[in-house]
Design a protein around this ligand. Structure first.
Ligand code: PHE
Length: 338
């Protein structure tokens, strides 16, 4: 093929290739292919020497024209790509924060539970697990609540199959642990409990409790009081005061309900404490010797205390939440706030 024809072909292909380039990369490749040191234009120039003498000027100027055309088109395309990039850059506010994948966080109840457990673990308590599906023995009998005992009524219970039930209190953990471990014992257990209560702003059919207990030689009531006071101050603040009111639980004797001074108003009376100045936070007492006998721990040698608190209630008090149902509705607008 004569060089003139080659040049015609090259023109068609080269111009098409450059026009069709969709990226700076494509364009750069075409530029090297035609205009580069070892490119097709260079080799066409080298080809002039084999052209008939009379045709040389014509072929020479053909090559120059083609080189010119290719160069102009490459420059135009390059400019077009740059303009596009610039436009993208200008329409983008690069100071805007990036799009982050949103990472969730722990549920406020789990957070509260872990914070409380940590306080007791720091005091030397060991945190253990315990089953939620239980027998009447662990939920009632071993805790000194025999059948027909009136207090059994206060622990309304969901029964499931085969005489099993959903535990209505975490005190089951006392029995579960003391069956296996012998004093000295110092345990906390936190988890779900279930009661078929009518659901309202302060009742849920499922909620969380934390149980703590200690059994050893020479444990007395002041050990219970000191332990709870340390917890109350660590969790609610060092200014918080605590008081115990006599109460009744079948598995502790004597028993008490424990209040803390309202950490919102400092005891003066406000909406959170219903203008009483005190907030009820837990039930406690010295483990009933009958319970120790049930798990074959000698009550003549060992004594112990136990306490149980509602984690939902403590979380509500701490954060000023006035409806327990919010914890279980899974509305992220609520959950995000903690
Ligand atoms: N189990 C009791 C309740 O659910 C709380 C409690 C635990 C009281 C331990 C005394 C000792 O109400």
């Amino acid at each position: 093929m004569k060089l003139q024809e080659k040049l015609k072909n090259m023109e068609k292909i080269a111009l098409a290739e450059i026009m069709e380039a969709v990226s700076m990369d494509d364009l750069e490749k075409a530029k090297v292919k035609y205009l580069g040191r070892k490119g097709e234009i260079t080799s066409a120039i080298k080809g002039i020497k084999s052209v008939a003498k009379k045709d040389k000027p014509k072929v020479g100027s053909l090559i120059n024209e083609l080189k010119q055309k290719i160069t102009v088109l490459v420059d135009e395309k390059e400019q077009a790509f740059r303009n596009k990039e610039q436009a993208l850059f200008e329409n983008n506010d690069i100071t805007l924060p990036g799009i982050n994948d949103e990472i969730g966080h722990k549920h406020p109840l789990i957070k509260t539970m872990e914070d409380i457990v940590e306080i007791f673990v720091n005091m030397g308590f060991k945190s253990v697990d315990a089953p939620e599906i239980e027998t009447e023995f662990y939920n009632f009998e071993a805790l000194n609540i025999p059948k027909n005992h009136p207090s059994r009524e206060t622990f309304h219970t969901f029964y499931v199959e085969n005489g099993m039930l959903l535990r209505s209190q975490t005190s089951t953990a006392q029995i579960r642990v003391m069956e296996k471990e012998k004093p000295p014992i110092q345990i906390v257990h936190a988890g779900k409990v279930y009661r078929p209560d009518a659901v309202d702003a302060s009742h849920s059919f499922m909620f969380y409790q934390l149980e703590g207990f200690m059994v050893a030689e020479g444990i007395v009531f002041s050990d219970l009081k000191g332990t709870l006071e340390r917890f109350a101050k660590a969790y609610f603040g060092e200014d918080v005061k605590m008081r115990l009111r006599p109460h009744y639980f079948p598995f502790t004797e004597p028993s008490a309900e424990v209040d803390i001074s309202c950490f919102i108003c400092g005891g003066k009376g406000c909406r959170v404490c219903s203008y009483k100045g005190w907030l009820e936070v837990l039930g406690a007492g010295m483990i009933n010797p009958k319970v120790l006998e049930f798990v074959k721990i000698d009550p003549a040698k060992y004594t112990g205390f136990a306490f149980g608190m509602g984690i939902d209630r403590i979380c509500m008090l701490k954060h000023g939440i006035d409806d327990i149902r919010l914890f279980y509705e899974n509305d992220v607008r609520f959950l995000k706030q903690f």
